[in-house]
Design a protein around this ligand. Structure first.
Ligand SMILES: Cc1cc2nc3c(=O)[nH]c(=O)nc-3n(C[C@H](O)[C@H](O)[C@H](O)COP(=O)(O)OP(=O)(O)OC[C@H]3O[C@@H](n4cnc5c(N)ncnc54)[C@H](O)[C@@H]3O)c2cc1C
Length: 427
C-alpha cells in the first residue's frame, strides 16, 4: 500500500541520517552521547593527537579523564541486555556511531577497556567480572609473528600442507591448576600501554603439545591482571593514526594465573575467539560509520564557506555530486554496520569472518568518504589547522586494525567456499 503524503517536504534526517523514527529513549541516548562526543571526545581526541605516545599513556595524562566522563553517561552494557533485542541493537549502533564521530581512537579505547569484563560476564564467571570491575581492559590476540595467522581456523583449506601451524610469540602451558604464560603480544594491542587487565587469547599446551590432530593449535582464553609478577610493558607505540588510542607491547615472563581465570575449557576456545572477534568487528563498524559521517559533515560545512569559480563550492554541480557520493556511502556503511551488528547479537550462529567483512565494507567506504572530504578542503585540508587530516590518518589505521582488509575479504571468500561445501547457495 502507498500512503499518500499531503505535500512534499524534506526527508526526516537526524544525527544518524535517514533514520526511521527513534523512540524517546533512543533519541535521548543518542543526544546525550552526541553531547559527550562533541564536548569531551572531540577536544580530548585532538589534544591527545598532538601529544607523544608516551605523554598520552603517562600517569596524569588527560587521556584518563575519558573513563570518568564516559561513566557519567550511565551506559552500562547490562542495560542493553534488558531491552528488546532489536532495540538494543539499534541503541548499540547509535552509541558506537556517536563515539566514532567524536574520536575513533577514544571510541575504540572505551570499547576495548570493557572487553575483558564483557567476556567474563559472557562466561558467567562472577569472580572474573569482579576482578575486571573499574579496570582498563584490552584484548590481546595478535603477536609480533602472528598477525593475520591468528585468523586461520581451517587448516585444510587455509594453510600449506606439511607446514606446522604458527603458534606465535605468546603461549601458555596449562599445568594442574595453573596457567603459565610466556612471551609477548604485538605492539598493536589497543590499550596495551595503559591496560590493567587483559583478555588474552593464545596457543596453549595442555600436556600433549600445542597442535591438535587437524593441525589447529589448542588455545586458552584467560583473564590476566596486568599488575602481577612477571608482567612488564614496552614503550607506548608511536603511530600515524588513532593517536589517542594507547597501544603497546606487554611482556610475560613465567606469569602464573590460576586455571579458574580461564574463560572457557579447551574445547570451547575457538567459540570464545569467535565471540570476541565478532564483537571487535561490530565495534569497528559502528565507530567508522561515525568517522565517515564526521568527514562528510566537515566537507558539507566547508562547501558553504569556501568560494571558488565565482560561487560558494556548494553552488557548483560537481561539488554537490561529490557530497552526494559521500552521503550515499555514509548511508550504505551505516546500513551494513547495523545489519552486521544485528547478525552478531541476534543470530544463534555467527561467524567472525562475517562480522569482519562488514568492518571491511565500512572502513573502505569511510576511507573513500574521508579522502574525498580531504580533497574538498583543498590545500587547507593538508594543514594541521583543519581537523580533516586527522580523520585521514585515523581511517588509514582502520584498514589494518582488527584484521587487514584484503586478507579479511579473502577469508570471506573462504567462508563462501566452506558454506558451499555444506550445500549453501546450491539451490
Ligand atoms: C589501530 C590498530 C589497533 C589494533 N588493535 C588490536 C587489539 O586490540 N588487539 C590485538 O590483538 N591486535 C590488534 N591490532 C593488530 C591487528 O589485528 C593486526 O595488525 C592485523 O591483524 C594484521 O596483522 P599484522 O599487522 O601482523 O600484519 P600481517 O599479518 O603481517 O600482514 C601483512 C600483509 O600480508 C598480508 N597477508 C597476511 N597473511 C596472508 C596470506 N595468508 N596470504 C596472502 N597475504 C597475506 C596481509 O593482507 C597484509 O597486507 C591492531 C592493529 C591496529 C593497526
Amino acid at each position: 500500500m502507498i500512503t499518500l503524503k499531503p505535500n512534499l517536504t524534506l526527508p526526516a534526517a537526524g544525527l544518524s541520517g535517514f533514520e526511521t523514527p527513534l523512540t524517546e529513549e533512543e533519541a535521548a541516548i543518542q543526544a546525550s552521547v552526541h553531547r559527550f562526543s562533541k564536548e569531551v571526545l572531540r577536544p580530548l581526541g585532538r589534544e591527545l593527537d598532538r601529544m607523544s605516545a608516551e605523554q598520552v599513556a603517562a600517569a596524569g595524562s588527560p587521556y584518563y579523564t575519558v573513563f570518568s566522563e564516559f561513566a557519567k553517561l550511565g551506559l552500562d552494557p547490562a542495560l542493553l541486555a534488558d531491552l528488546p533485542p532489536e532495540m538494543a541493537v539499534r541503541i548499540e549502533s547509535l552509541i558506537g556511531e556517536e563515539l566514532g564521530w567524536g574520536d575513533a581512537g577514544l571510541g575504540i579505547s572505551l570499547g576495548c577497556a570493557a572487553l575483558p569484563q564483557m567476556m567474563a560476564a559472557g562466561a558467567g564467571n562472577a569472580e572474573l567480572v569482579e576482578l575486571c570491575q573499574g579496570k582498563i581492559g584490552c584484548w590481546m590476540a595478535t603477536q609480533p609473528d602472528r598477525g593475520s595467522d591468528n585468523q586461520v581456523f581451517d587448516f585444510k583449506r587455509d594453510w600449506p600442507a606439511g607446514v606446522p601451524a604458527n603458534i606465535g610469540n605468546l603461549t601458555a602451558k596449562v599445568v594442574g591448576d595453573e596457567i603459565i604464560i610466556n612471551g609477548q603480544c604485538s605492539a598493536w594491542v589497543s590499550n596495551g600501554a595503559v591496560a590493567q587487565v587483559a583478555c588474552v587469547m593464545m596457543c596453549a599446551d595442555y600436556g600433549e603439545g600445542f597442535l591438535g590432530p587437524d593441525g589447529l593449535p589448542h588455545g586458552v582464553a584467560v583473564i590476566v591482571p596486568l599488575d602481577i609478577k612477571g608482567v612488564s610493558k614496552g614503550k607506548p607505540l608511536e603511530k600515524i593514526g588513532q593517536r589517542s588510542l594507547p597501544q603497546g607491547e606487554v611482556y610475560f615472563d613465567n606469569v602464573r594465573v590460576p586455571r579458574r581465570f580461564a574463560l572457557t575449557d579447551q574445547e570451547r576456545y575457538y567459540g570464545a575467539v569467535s565471540s570476541s572477534w565478532s564483537h571487535g568487528g561490530t565495534l569497528m563498524s559502528q565507530t567508522f560509520v561515525g568517522v565517515a559521517r564526521a568527514a562528510f559533515e566537515l566537507a558539507l560545512q566547508y562547501c558553504h564557506e569556501r568560494r571558488q569559480g565565482g560561487a560558494l563550492l556548494i553552488d557548483h554541480q560537481m561539488t554537490r555530486l561529490r557530497l552526494g557520493e559521500m552521503l550515499r556511502r555514509v548511508e550504505a556503511a551505516r546500513a551494513v554496520a547495523r545489519r552486521s551488528l544485528a547478525f552478531a547479537r541476534l543470530s544463534p550462529q555467527t561467524h567472525p569472518y562475517a562480522t569482519a567483512s562488514a568492518k571491511v565494507t565500512v572502513t573502505e567506504e569511510a576511507k573513500l568518504v574521508v579522502d574525498e572530504a580531504f580533497r574538498l578542503f583543498g590545500g587547507n585540508g593538508t594543514t594541521l589547522e583543519y581537523p580533516i587530516e586527522k580523520l585521514v590518518r585515523d581511517t588509514q589505521s582502520a584498514l589494518i586494525e582488527d584484521g587487514e582488509n584484503r586478507i579479511l575479504t579473502m577469508r570471506l571468500g573462504l567462508l563462501a567456499q566452506q558454506l558451499y561445501a555444506e550445500g549453501w547457495a546450491q539451490n
